[in-house]
Design a protein around this ligand. Sequence first.
Ligand SMILES: NC(=O)c1ccc[n+]([C@@H]2O[C@H](COP(=O)([O-])OP(=O)(O)OC[C@H]3O[C@@H](n4cnc5c(N)ncnc54)[C@H](O)[C@@H]3O)[C@@H](O)[C@H]2O)c1
Length: 349
Amino acid sequence: MKILITGGAGFIGSALIRHIINNTQDYVVNVDKLTYAGNLASLTTVANNPRYTFEQVDICDQLRIREIFDKYQPDAVIHLAAESHVDRSIHRAEEFIQTNIVGTYRLLEVARGYWYRLDQVKSAVKKSQFRFINVSTDEVYGDLAACEPPFTEQSPYAPSSPYSASKAAGDHLVRAWLRTYHLPTIITNCSNNYGAYQYPEKLIPLMILNALQGKKLPIYGDGLQIRDWLFVEDHARALYQVLTKGKIGETYNIGGNNEKTNIEIVYAICDLLEELVPNKPNNIKNYRDLITHVEDRAGHDKRYAINATKITNSLGWQPQEDFDSGLRKTVEWYLANPQWWKKILEKQK
Ligand SMILES: NC(=O)c1ccc[n+]([C@@H]2O[C@H](COP(=O)([O-])OP(=O)(O)OC[C@H]3O[C@@H](n4cnc5c(N)ncnc54)[C@H](O)[C@@H]3O)[C@@H](O)[C@H]2O)c1
């Protein structure tokens, strides 16, 4: 298969590309605009593989996207390109509307035209096998009270932030292109990911790197917000499974069955660092002393939790990493790869 992946220079996209190049015989065309969150240094281990190609393109640029489809003739699209950070969406939603809604629309239009033409032109790509996988988030479902059961694929959409609203809008477009034009689409809604190569504005890398520098560890409100955490490599495996075995028109929830409060996560990171980096900067006594509670995020969702029974029962996927070992691997990765994150911190200055 030749798989066109959008957003492949991001956190999850790069994990997916490494997974595909290292574990299959498939070809990957990585289409990424390289925003602040895109980083080709996350792909150095596969960059020279003959089955990997990179194209720097904005998914909102319909002409360029059409050229890419014509040039590479993909068998499938996995769409991950997005603006992905909730705080940035609250501060300024424009790019979220552009990429997550308009960009998704333009990509769908190009994919539709390409897919229609597949049986009219000479192409090695089989029209019946073409797939468009839309990678979305559990945040489209809004939040849950402590007593409520986890989200299923039937949970109604009720997004809270500009980010989740823009992702929900993208999902609705994908569903409409399936229903109206029969484009063979599948949607996945995944919980919070963690692992190597995550941009250090997200909770886990931010806390690791702040602690290593002796900086404050800012916790929104009481820190009791609950998220369901999944190791990014498990997400990559799930996406590949959905591509190869998933049913057209279906939605699959993907989650790790790991509900944790934000403060629990930060305590766990501090404890790992006590063990792995006992020599602390700035004469700090304990990493936990750096924890500082700050004003809560506007509209902050209280709890997300995912019921992943459908993908487990129908596609045989389940997470392989448990949270304790996954978090340890993640902390160890950031400790072993300062050249990756120091460049990003330099740019942020
Ligand atoms: N991170 C999570 O916990 C999580 C959980 C569930 C779903 N998701 C979804 O998975 C996808 C990937 O998330 P991530 O955490 O890897 O995000 P990320 O921010 O790390 O990466 C996004 C990538 O998209 C690229 N991009 C942004 N705008 C673009 C555009 N207009 N054209 C082309 N490329 C563009 C960026 O350069 C970057 O490489 C997103 O769609 C996100 O909504 C993320």
